[in-house]
Design a protein around this ligand. Sequence first.
Ligand code: NAG
Ligand code: NAG
Ligand code: NAG
Length: 191
Amino acid sequence: MWPLVLLLAGLVAGEAGIPPHEDVARVARFVVHGCDWGALATLSAQDPPMRGQPFANVFSVSDGPSGSRGSGVPYMYLTPLEVSVRDLQMNANASLTMSLAQTPYCKKQGYDPQNPLCAHVIFSGIVEKVQNGTEADFAKAALFSRHPEMESWPRGHNWFFAKLNITSIWVLDYFGGIKTVTPQEYFNAVP
Ligand SMILES: *[C@@H]1O[C@H](CO)[C@@H](O)[C@H](O)[C@H]1NC(C)=O
Ligand SMILES: *[C@@H]1O[C@H](CO)[C@@H](O)[C@H](O)[C@H]1NC(C)=O
Ligand SMILES: *[C@@H]1O[C@H](CO)[C@@H](O)[C@H](O)[C@H]1NC(C)=O
């Protein structure tokens, strides 16, 4: 009985496949590829007293189809009608957060979302429209494969593909404080 339980536990851990915590850039890539959504904070363009204040909102995200290696680039599908997208039109600086709390991993391990072992990544950067071409094709495949209902979102809303152009990366994946990773380390990492 016990060997079977251990074997199954091993399979679950292998399936979760989180890289060792000291491979911080790989952990960041793992978190981003594992999450289907993130919290995006913008600087509000709403009327005072909100104007200029931080405003965090949920967005569906994908860095590539599930089962692929993933690109590390957080792609989004946005409409100018959306309240946070209006903020971005005034100031495209944003912060995006993704956590393994959004996957079955932390619950399975018994980690509270605020526990550093429940790895999470915080980005800062600029949200940019993805121009037509191969990158837009990739963004579409990345997003629509993981968010099938996007295909039926109202046509009149002028949806477009966007990405966070990452300038800074912070990772919490272990005790001892937050760690930083450069975009170069992040994109070079093999998740
Ligand atoms: C990002 O923020 C900086 C500093 O506030 C500002 O100068 C810049 O215009 C912003 N960039 C964009 C694309 O909005
Ligand atoms: C991008 O593609 C869309 C849909 O095919 C088209 O309406 C739009 O004009 C294109 N934009 C550019 C800049 O080529
Ligand atoms: C981010 O923006 C810089 C400067 O415009 C550009 O050179 C770079 O290719 C962009 N990175 C991504 C991942 O799109």
